[in-house]
Design a protein around this ligand. Structure first.
Ligand SMILES: CC(C)(COP(=O)(O)OP(=O)(O)OC[C@H]1O[C@@H](n2cnc3c(N)ncnc32)[C@H](O)[C@@H]1OP(=O)(O)O)[C@@H](O)C(=O)NCCC(=O)NCCS
Length: 142
């Protein structure tokens, strides 16, 4: 995953994925393959703070495999895994400039949680990921 993720995401994102995610969250993380070749993955987990909440930390699909239902399948597997351990909602965050991610999450049933500011007309939590790094918080009931 680390060998391909910067290309898939069009920039340096590997630092968001230290090995601990692959070692310690396997029950709620998934790889999608086509003909034995990885074409997408999702890293998620149950919140330690609120066990009713499941959180998607990272999702990516290979550019050449997008818009064919792989992201949906990954999320649906995650929803099932989270429901099986009694989670009642799923949360994620995304950047207000990532229009594909916002559209995807909306189609997957997520609503944007009201934030403490707006960016480009969207409700965001300002400086959520560092100075100037505003983020949308997304939530979907299970
Ligand atoms: C976001 C991402 C994971 C979507 O994966 P995908 O496999 O292309 O999504 P799917 O084909 O399963 O689409 C699921 C739904 O979202 C919609 N959707 C997906 N990408 C979309 C886009 N760019 N614009 C509008 N709608 C989109 C699809 O139309 C589909 O709706 P439907 O099933 O109701 O018809 C993928 O674009 C990606 O890897 N992006 C780069 C990494 C990234 O931004 N990750 C999220 C950061 S939080």
């Amino acid at each position: 995953m680390l060998a391909v993720v910067d290309r898939w995401c069009g920039g340096p994102v590997r630092s968001l994925l230290p090995r601990l995610f692959f070692d310690h969250f396997q029950g709620t993380s998934f790889v999608a393959e086509r003909a034995g070749v990885p074409v997408g993955f999702l890293v998620g987990f149950r919140s330690q703070t609120d066990p009713a909440v499941a959180y998607v930390h990272f999702v990516a699909v290979a550019p050449e495999a997008r818009r064919s239902g792989i992201g949906r399948q990954l999320y649906e597997r995650f929803f099932a895994a989270a429901s099986a351990i009694s989670c009642r909602s799923v949360e994620s965050i995304t950047s207000p400039v990532n229009h594909a991610s916002i559209a995807f999450h909306r189609r997957m049933g997520f609503a944007i949680v009201p934030g403490d500011g707006t960016y480009d007309g969207l409700p965001v939590w300002r400086d959520h990921a560092g100075p100037g790094q505003h983020r949308l918080v997304l939530r979907r009931p299970l």
